[in-house]
Design a protein around this ligand. Structure first.
Ligand code: BLA
Length: 505
């Protein structure tokens, strides 16, 4: 992998952003040997906050820099690694109020000092409680995210606050936005996956907040004792961020940013991102409130999607009972399925449904003709090993159906037998879609003016693309409903076989 700060387009997803060897200079950092107060590394505004130059600190006793009680507590601290920083103390030096945060990184205790440079919320608890109550009242995703960005903008005073949601292909889209009069709108714009490399996404699942009060900062290097290994700053609040990303922010006209992870069912679902055109400091307590709101939003997104899934499951179960009831009046499976074709069409939202049973085709609604379906079944036999197969871009993956985009861009296929190849096939037509990207997504980087280096793209001007050969996507609960129908049908088939066996005995 490249060294931190030396990555380019070809390897920026391997830049070790957790080992930057530097911090943002608005605070100070000490790493201590756990169980002692011996300083191993130091960086940042130690002269202002601890009255000693960082280069002189390695090897020193932190006890000589800190109030005795604080040093004592640090010495006795046994923290598990991987946890977010703990607020240890608020202390005052001359006229500066300083928050002291501590967390464990490998064999070191990392102590971060952050001066309070911005007003603090008057009543953080009451504000947090009110925000959470409001968020819990949201009954749709749009309502929830609109409320979240509005609350966060009023708390932070940022020019623009957005909810950014990851799509199936890891690109992202701005799905909610609150902004001031002068700020340009990014609502509805898509950004390619490469704008947030994979190691950054992995880190953002563990550490939920990133704060860059002034993107034009000069990184403050970590001074270390002899042979200090690189310090892992994954959980640090002062971590220096990738210079590539700082350039990107510059190209967007952004000088301060705050981004908060939205985690749903353990996955990085999206981010809430705040932008400001000029430097902007936020008190740690304000950021803690923001983080609390992001957590409440995450929980509510999950609750809403669980509710949607439950409703879908209930109605699928009802539809399935009706369908099986209807089928029970018929002797053969093939005959039964044909009779319930209208029920099958209603079972999933699709424009057409077809049966392929004993090499015989029956269709209802908009489906490809018998010749195409026969070829499709051959292709499925080769390519679909699972009992349930689905795609929203059939013409792109199945050459035999390349000409059928209009009626068969989407396919959900359910095999209803193990030996002979019988299928229920649901079809969805093409849904041409306009996607507006923030700049050309196939050129996420440009060369610098002197032509020497690659940098993130400079233009975020709307770039339109029409997506063809795609249908509406199959939702997870729809695929699940198909799977459960398959299990139920195979049960029926097995029962019939039993009955037949008994009858012949
Ligand atoms: C990180 N990229 C990020 C982050 C965001 C974005 C939100 C998280 C850091 C932060 O909090 O600011 C991208 N920001 C966006 C997007 C919007 C936004 C899409 O506001 C939309 C509104 N970036 C590139 C390219 C590279 C790259 C080409 O565009 C690499 C060649 C790298 N982005 C990059 C890296 C990070 C990053 C390395 C991690 C920064 C860090 O945490 O150290």
């Amino acid at each position: 992998p490249p060294r931190f700060g030396a990555a380019d387009l070809t390897n920026c997803d391997r830049e070790p952003i957790h080992l930057p060897g530097s911090i943002q200079p608005h605070g100070a950092l000490l790493s201590l040997e756990a169980g002692t107060t011996v300083v191993r590394q130091a960086a940042g505004a130690t002269a202002r906050l601890l009255r000693a130059d960082p280069g002189l600190l390695p090897g020193c006793e932190a006890g000589s820099l800190l109030p005795a009680a604080l040093a004592e507590r640090l010495r006795g601290m046994d923290l598990p690694p991987g946890q977010p920083p703990l607020h240890l103390a608020r202390h005052r030096r001359d006229d500066i109020e300083i928050d002291v945060l501590v967390h464990r990184s490998g064999p070191r205790l990392v102590v971060e000092f952050e001066p309070i440079e911005a007003p603090e919320p008057a009543d953080a608890f009451a504000t947090g409680k009110r925000c959470i109550e409001q968020l819990r009242g949201a009954t749709t995703l749009d309502q929830l995210l609109d409320l979240a960005v509005a609350l966060l903008r009023s708390l932070t005073g940022f020019d623009r606050v957005m909810a950014y949601r990851f799509q199936h292909d890891e690109s992202g889209m701005v799905v909610a936005e609150a902004r001031g009069a002068g700020a340009e709108s990014f609502l509805g714009l898509r950004y390619p996956a490469s704008d947030i490399p994979v190691q950054a996404r992995t880190l953002y699942r563990r550490n939920w907040t990133r704060y860059i009060p002034d993107a034009l900062y000069r990184p403050a290097p970590l001074f270390g004792g002899p042979a200090e290994p690189p310090l892992d700053l994954s959980m640090s609040v002062l971590r220096s961020v990738s210079p590539l990303h700082l350039e990107y922010l510059g190209n967007m006209g952004v000088q301060a940013s705050l981004s908060l992870s939205l985690l749903v069912a353990g996955r990085l679902w999206g981010l809430i991102v705040g932008h400001h055109r000029t430097p902007r400091y936020l008190a740690p307590r304000t950021r803690a409130l923001c983080e609390m709101i992001a957590q409440a939003v995450s929980a509510q997104v999950e609750a809403l999607s669980v509710a949607v899934g439950m409703r879908a499951r209930l109605s699928a179960a009802r539809a399935q009972d009706a369908l099986l009831g209807e089928m029970s009046g018929y002797d053969g499976i093939a005959q039964g399925l044909k009779r319930v074709l209208p029920c099958l069409q209603d079972y999933l939202p699709a424009e057409g449904v077809a049966l392929w049973v004993d090499r015989d085709f029956t269709g209802l609604g908009r489906t490809p003709g018998v010749a195409s379906v026969s070829k499709l079944v051959g292709w499925l036999d080769e390519n679909a090993t699972d009992g349930v197969f689905h795609t929203d871009c059939l013409p792109e993956i199945c050459p035999e159906l390349a000409q059928e985009a209009e009626v068969a861009s989407g396919l959900l296929a359910l095999s209803v037998s193990r030996s002979s190849r019988d299928y229920i096939l649901w079809f969805r037509g093409e849904m041409p879609r306009q996607v507006t990207w923030a700049g050309n997504p196939r050129k996420p980087v440009e060369t610098t003016r002197d032509g020497k280096r690659l940098t993130p793209r400079r233009s975020f001007a709307a770039w339109h693309e029409t997506v063809r050969n795609h249908s509406a996507p199959w939702e997870a609960h729809e695929v699940e409903a198909a799977r459960s129908l398959r299990t139920a049908l195979l049960d029926v088939v097995l029962q019939r076989i039993d009955q037949l066996a008994q009858a012949t005995e």
